[in-house]
Design a protein around this ligand. Structure first.
Ligand code: C2E
Ligand code: CA
Ligand code: CA
Ligand code: CA
Length: 279
């Protein structure tokens, strides 16, 4: 044990110490950010290919720190997961997204759906379902206006009752989207056993659609696969007309990406909706 301790000391070099200090600082700042309400949701539209209409939005977290400026989610979500802070953050995200979609409904936008990214840490928590039910009751949102985006990493969890949880959410009327499909440990065998309503094709496959050549595109295969399990497909990160045209050819139903709109703050959502309805 002494040897190990010694080694650890040797390897615990300057840059690691700096990294650790930065992590501790970031964690403290994140705790303060929650208390100071520095976290807010921005919204990126989903476009139905057939009608070119906005059919909903994905809620994406933004952190603006008065001290450090804006900090992107890739820099703090995994830390939030490791420290457990993702639980209060996820709660706040769900509350805000529900309040947002409930207010859209009041304004007459009856068919819009808002999707929320749910970390596997939230999903496996014992009180996840009761928490969701409580927030739905508090905000008066219709569960049919909600979607939960989960990633393939849930399949790595041996957590019991995961499928039952997803089925329970689905019975409530919430749709389940499988995010970043194909990017990680996609286990095809789970596709059949999970109540997936929508498959989101990872951006890496969308980027490939710009390339020339007659190699079979994985995006096309994923779209066909989704159809086989009665799921819709969403292409995420669509940036070019060429990508869009190919997705239309493959009969992808829904698209999302900078070609249509970046994520926007809540104040900008209404004007986005109004100009979409006019066009
Ligand atoms: P994601 O769920 O895969 O979200 C898509 C990311 O791609 C978003 O980055 C979005 O802004 C970006 N994006 C959308 N369209 C385009 C495009 O056309 N081109 C490019 N280059 N990028 C595009 P963002 O907002 O930085 O979020 C990054 C990741 O952080 C998300 O990936 C998600 O995994 C996570 N995240 C964000 N908000 C939340 C949240 O509320 N809860 C949890 N658990 N995770 C979140
Ligand atoms: Ca997502
Ligand atoms: Ca995604
Ligand atoms: Ca992603």
């Amino acid at each position: 044990a002494k040897e190990q301790g010694k080694n650890r000391y040797i390897f615990f070099n300057h840059s690691m110490e700096t990294a650790l200090r930065e992590k501790i600082l970031l964690e403290r700042n994140l705790r303060e950010a929650i208390a100071n309400k520095e976290l807010e949701l921005w919204y990126q539209p989903f476009i139905e290919v057939a009608t070119k209409r906005i059919i909903g939005f994905e809620a994406l977290l933004r952190w603006y720190s008065p001290k450090y400026g804006s900090i992107p989610p890739v820099q703090f979500i995994s830390l939030a997961e490791k420290t457990g802070l993702i639980i209060p953050i996820g709660c706040k995200v769900l509350q805000d997204a529900c309040t947002f979609v409930a207010s859209l409904r009041q304004e007459g936008y009856n068919n819009l759906r808002v999707t929320v990214n749910i970390s596997v840490i939230q999903l496996i928590a014992d009180d996840f379902i009761p928490t969701v039910q409580e927030i739905i009751a508090q905000t008066g949102v219709s569960p049919s206006s909600l979607g939960f985006e989960i990633t393939e990493s849930v399949f790595m969890e041996q957590s019991k009752g995961l499928v039952e949880k997803l089925e329970c959410l689905k019975d409530m009327g919430i749709i389940i989207l499988l995010d970043d499909f194909g990017s990680g440990y996609s286990s095809l065998k789970y596709l059949n056993h999970l109540p997936i309503d929508v498959v989101k094709i990872d951006k890496t496959f969308i980027d490939k659609l710009d390339e020339n050549g007659d190699k079979k595109q994985l995006a096309e295969i994923i779209i066909a696969l989704a159809r086989q399990i009665n799921a819709k497909s969403v292409a995420e990160g669509v940036e070019t007309e060429k990508q869009l045209n190919r997705l239309i050819e493959y009969q992808c139903e829904i698209v999302q990406g900078y070609l249509f709109s970046k994520p926007v703050p809540e104040e900008a959502v209404r004007s986005l909706l109004m100009s979409n309805q006019k066009s």
